[in-house]
Design a protein around this ligand. Structure first.
Ligand SMILES: *[C@@H]1O[C@H](CO)[C@@H](O)[C@H](O)[C@H]1NC(C)=O
Ligand SMILES: *[C@@H]1O[C@H](CO)[C@@H](O)[C@H](O)[C@H]1NC(C)=O
Ligand SMILES: *[C@@H]1O[C@H](CO)[C@@H](O)[C@H](O)[C@H]1NC(C)=O
Length: 238
């Protein structure tokens, strides 16, 4: 009579040993919130960078019981080599957003990017790749965000975008009529503009990155200037 129960206990232990790590892994990978903000920081910033202020504003003051979290896009955010840095950010973000959307189909997704991070977030939506002339390098080709994830995207925020393109309907602030270092055209512009009614792209008039201006301070102050308006727009889309 003892032998079978020992066997059962041993089996149960073995099953527990198998179950425990996979449960832990699932908890780590899948933490579904009602609202999840994906953040791509700007060049040379530490995580979360200036956008931390925006994430706080979005996640505060939500209806009781609404959960809200953020995912930082892991990538170098360097200029050396710019194409590799931005390309690896695009790949990481595609995987992170698609995996989250698959695991958490009831979550609403917000994408926000600043400077090089805006470049990569736009590329996630539009599909990307090609020569970046001012950096003399070629970015790897990537597909646009998969449809199952795209339909969960509620709002897209771009600030001081390297790829800012003049006169798009979603452009805001003094630089709206000007283009940045690497404006979009063709399929990459059409691809991004599928999301037109969800995007706000903020660009100051003398920002060297998004409007070919001459005042670097204008590139550094977006979150002091526009955080309340940006958060209000995001909330209006949720
Ligand atoms: C899961 O999400 C909640 C709600 O946003 C957050 O408080 C918690 O830190 C998250 N846990 C992990 C492991 O990310
Ligand atoms: C651009 O990069 C190529 C290949 O690395 C190199 O041969 C070329 O000299 C570079 N051109 C400029 C203008 O830096
Ligand atoms: C954007 O619109 C403004 C105002 O209509 C115009 O002056 C400017 O040339 C346009 N820019 C581009 C790149 O089309």
């Amino acid at each position: 009579m003892h032998a079978p129960s020992i066997l059962v206990s041993a089996l149960a232990l073995a099953q527990a040993a198998v179950a425990a790590p996979s449960t832990v892994m699932m908890r780590r990978q899948v933490n579904c919130t009602n609202i999840q903000v994906f953040v791509a920081r700007g060049s040379l910033e530490e995580i979360p960078g200036r956008q931390g202020k925006l994430v706080d504003a979005v996640c505060q003051g939500l209806p009781a019981g609404t959960t809200c979290g953020s995912t930082d896009i892991q990538y170098p955010a360097t200029f050396d080599v710019y194409c590799k840095s931005v390309g690896s950010g695009v790949s990481f973000a595609l995987k992170a957003v698609e995996a989250y959307a698959a695991a958490c189909p009831d979550s609403k997704l917000v994408l926000t990017g600043y400077s090089q991070g805006a470049h990569l977030m736009g590329d996630v939506l539009s599909g990307a790749g090609g020569l970046i002339p001012n950096q003399n390098c070629t970015q790897a080709k990537t597909k646009p965000l998969a449809a199952h994830a795209a339909e969960k995207v509620a709002a897209v925020m771009l600030f001081g975008d390297v790829r800012h393109t003049a006169n798009q309907t979603y452009n805001l602030a003094e630089g709206a009529g000007k283009s940045g270092i690497l404006p979009r055209a063709g399929a990459q512009l059409t691809g991004l503009n599928v999301y037109s009614n969800k995007i706000h792209s903020w660009c100051n008039g003398e920002d060297p990155v998004c409007s070919s201006g001459n005042d670097i301070d204008q590139h550094l102050t977006y979150f002091d200037q526009f955080t309340p308006d940006a958060a209000a727009f995001i909330k209006s889309k949720l």
